[in-house]
Design a protein around this ligand. Structure first.
Ligand SMILES: N[C@@H](CCC(=O)N[C@@H](CS)C(=O)NCC(=O)O)C(=O)O
Length: 232
């Protein structure tokens, strides 16, 4: 039985990590039998991040490598039927979501005080109350520093929205009137874009960014379709 280690459910998603949800989608798309792994401590992961997939003695960190592994292991192609041009667009969409939109989500979750107050209890409720504020303050400082280094944390909330909005418009334009990004069936790009957008929409308090997604009815209908198809 394959084991997926990722963060537990939070804010209406089956994992707090959109990469964890993406990996779940891939497992389901591959038709794999899988279960959740026991520890969700990223410090124990081979690359210090989650998700990690374990298949017997094989350990696969990173959702991108989990995808490649599953496609090979189950002889499936998550982009079946797509042209070379569509595959190129898919690749760019996945990169945009994973390497740009994700950081807007991280800033929204961790840097906006109202969200942080709720996130602290949701993510770190297992830390004894007496030391929770002290420990989590340090973790928040590390996240703030990493967002400064990455760059997204240097933008004001409104600037972050402007940047993320351009990504969201690109996804909406690609989707058009279709059920999924490349037609009537979900592909790898849906498994990446939808969990990321759903995590943004599921913000613990309303933010400019979460409102942008939540107010877009056709986009929300798309997120529901992907959830129903890939991680019900
Ligand atoms: N490229 C990785 C990114 C995974 C990732 O960023 N995971 C975050 C949670 S969403 C994490 O585990 N962070 C822990 C840390 O940085 O200490 C993937 O696609 O799996």
């Amino acid at each position: 039985m394959l084991k997926l280690t990722t963060y537990p459910a939070a804010f209406g998603a089956p994992s707090a990590s959109p990469f964890g949800v993406k990996a779940m989608c891939f497992l389901n798309m591959a038709g794999a039998e899988w279960e959740m792994g026991s520890s969700a401590d990223p410090r124990k992961a081979p690359k210090g991040k989650l998700p990690v997939l374990v298949d017997g003695h094989t350990v696969i960190p990173d959702s991108e490598d989990i995808r490649s592994y599953l496609e090979q292991r189950f002889s499936v192609d998550f982009d079946e039927g797509l042209s070379a041009e569509q595959r190129a667009v898919s690749r760019a969409i996945i990169r945009m979501c994973d390497e740009h939109l994700y950081f807007a989500l991280v800033c929204d979750r961790w840097l906006i005080d109202a969200n942080w107050e709720i996130l602290r209890e949701e993510f770190f409720g297992m830390i004894p109350k007496l030391v929770r504020r002290f420990v989590t303050k340090k973790i928040r400082q590390q996240v703030r520093a990493s967002m400064q280094a990455q760059g997204m944390g240097r933008h004001a909330v409104e600037e972050r929205l402007t940047r993320a909005d351009k990504d969201i418009r690109a996804i909406v334009a690609l989707l058009g009137d279709k059920s999924f990004l490349f037609g009537g069936s979900p592909t790898a790009a849906d498994a990446s874009a939808a969990p990321m957008l759903a995590a943004i929409a599921g913000s613990p308090t309303e933010t400019l960014l979460s409102k942008r997604v939540n107010d877009d009815a056709p986009l929300m209908a798309y997120l529901e379709r992907v959830q129903y198809a890939l991680y019900p």
